[in-house]
Every structure is written in structure tokens, then in C-alpha cells.
Design a protein around this ligand. Structure first.
Ligand code: 13P
Length: 265
């Protein structure tokens, strides 16, 4: 049985005051749940949030939104794994916004995954179709836009992420299926569709490491998840949780998502 996992990716949002209120309120409302909750604030708020969570229940963790792979050096503006070690348990890698705005390629993401494991950080690796909806082709309501196919590309992204990763580390990895057409659009995938893709992603892991190991890996869905559609995803046995963007900034909604995932809403 895989333990449910709810992750909030705050992206480049919040003031220190917002972050403090958000973290405190989440900490006070999810401790009774038998799920893991990971908050990923901007780098500059990690330390103050770590202080707030110092005596927090064991099921609430911090994650970083990105990192560089080298330990130190002339990399102006970057943050290294050894700087994050001890401060966070998780790190998001290969988010579609990193892939598109910062041209991060599969090889670089694989280097970062290795560096994360070497520093005892758990990588949350994002994969997903990159194609956006054009306005004339976009459709209202949930589900995959009819003109978009799941591209073999996303299986390639995962295969590349797993390059050189040991069995011991592979089972600790967290994968998030986040199609660009669903991110920040209000047009989430349907639960059934996300479960189908996640099943195939699990198949990629099974092919390399065997069925038994693949069944221990947590694979999440992300893209326009909110407190209304969370049930779509959380009750699909194949989906182990969600990676939430916009709504993770709203304490009440995010707590509702966590409580639903913990079966206590
Ligand atoms: P939204 O929930 O805002 O669609 O963002 C999803 C995401 O990118 C989480 O990493």
C-alpha cells in the first residue's frame, strides 16, 4: 500500500508574512492525517519555514522547487544540494516551467536526480506533455483536449530520469505526471485519464526494475487540482497523490485537499 502524498508547489509566490500564515495554518490542520504533506516554498523562505515546522508532526515536510547538481562553485544565482541537505527532505526536479523557461533538458535533470540521491534528498521528478492548448483548439471542462495525444515523449522523459539510478534509489523516487495543458488552465485531466497515463509510467519503471519495485513507487498527478476535483484523483488506486500549484497558496482549500486525501473530509 503506497502512502498518499500531497505536495504544494508555491512557485514564485508569497511574501514572508503569507508564507508564515500558510505554513502555520497547514501545520495545525493536517497532523492527524495518515498521509505525507510536502510544502515547497521559494528558496528564501525555506529557512524560516523550517523553523516553523521544527516541532511539527512527522507527516509534514519541506521541499525545494529546484536545485543545481554541483556541490559548489561559480554558478551565480544557483543553490546546491549540500545547501538544501538538512533543510528539506524533497526537491522538485524537471518541472515543466524549468524545462520550458530555462531550457532544462533530460540529461541535466538526470544529473540533478543523481545529485539529490547523493545528498539524501528525495527527488520529485515531473514529466508531462509539453504541448499547450491553442485558444481555438481549447475546450471547456475537464479532460485531455481532444487534439492532443499522450506523446511517447513523456515515457522518454521518465526513462531518461531513471538513467543510472540504482534499484535502491529508484523505489524512493517520486514521479509527478503534469501535462502542460492542465497546468494553471483550470482544465484538469479526468481522474480516469490521469490514472491511465500513470499506469503506463509505472510500466516504464516495471520494465527496468520489475513489477514489484514499480508498485512501491509513488506517482502523482498535477495540473489544476482543487478542492472540488481532488476526489477524481485520490480515489483512483493508481494515483498516489497530487502536486498542487495555485490552490496550494490558499490554506483552506489546500487543507481540504489534504483532509480528503486522508479520508477525513
Ligand atoms: P496548478 O495547480 O496551478 O495547475 O499548477 C500545477 C503545477 O505546476 C504544480 O507543480
Amino acid at each position: 500500500m503506497r502512502r498518499p502524498l500531497i505536495i504544494g508547489n508555491w512557485k514564485m509566490n508569497t511574501t514572508l508574512a503569507d508564507a508564515t500564515v500558510l505554513t502555520t495554518s497547514i501545520k495545525n490542520n493536517v497532523s492527524d492525517l495518515d498521509i505525507d504533506v510536502v510544502l515547497c516554498p521559494p528558496f528564501v523562505w525555506l529557512y524560516p519555514m523550517a523553523e516553523i515546522l521544527e516541532k511539527a508532526p512527522k507527516n509534514i515536510h519541506l521541499g525545494a522547487q529546484n536545485m543545481w547538481f554541483a556541490e559548489k562553485g561559480a554558478m551565480t544565482g544557483e543553490v546546491s544540494p549540500s545547501m538544501l541537505k538538512g533543510l528539506v527532505k524533497y526537491v522538485i526536479l524537471g518541472h515543466s516551467e524549468r524545462r520550458s523557461h530555462f531550457q532544462e533538458k533530460d540529461d541535466l535533470i538526470n544529473d540533478k536526480i543523481h545529485a539529490a540521491f547523493e545528498n539524501n534528498l528525495t527527488p520529485i521528478v515531473c514529466v508531462g506533455e509539453h504541448e499547450k492548448m491553442t485558444s481555438e483548439k481549447s475546450k471547456k471542462g475537464p479532460g485531455r483536449p481532444p487534439h492532443l495525444e499522450v506523446k511517447a515523449d513523456i515515457y522518454r522523459q521518465l526513462k531518461s530520469a531513471l538513467e543510472g539510478i540504482s534499484r535502491e534509489n529508484a523505489e524512493k523516487l517520486i514521479v509527478a505526471y503534469e501535462p502542460v495543458w492542465a497546468i494553471g488552465t483550470g482544465n484538469a485531466a479526468t481522474g480516469a485519464y490521469a490514472a491511465e497515463v500513470i499506469g503506463k509510467l509505472r510500466g516504464v519503471i516495471a520494465k527496468k526494475y520489475g513489477q514489484e519495485l514499480s508498485e512501491r513507487v509513488r506517482i502523482l498527478y498535477g495540473g489544476s487540482v482543487d478542492s472540488d476535483n481532488i476526489k477524481e484523483f485520490i480515489y483512483q488506486p493508481e494515483i498516489d497523490g497530487v502536486l498542487v500549484g495555485g490552490v496550494s497558496l490558499k490554506a483552506k482549500e489546500f487543507i481540504k485537499i489534504c483532509r480528503e486525501a486522508g479520508g477525513k473530509e
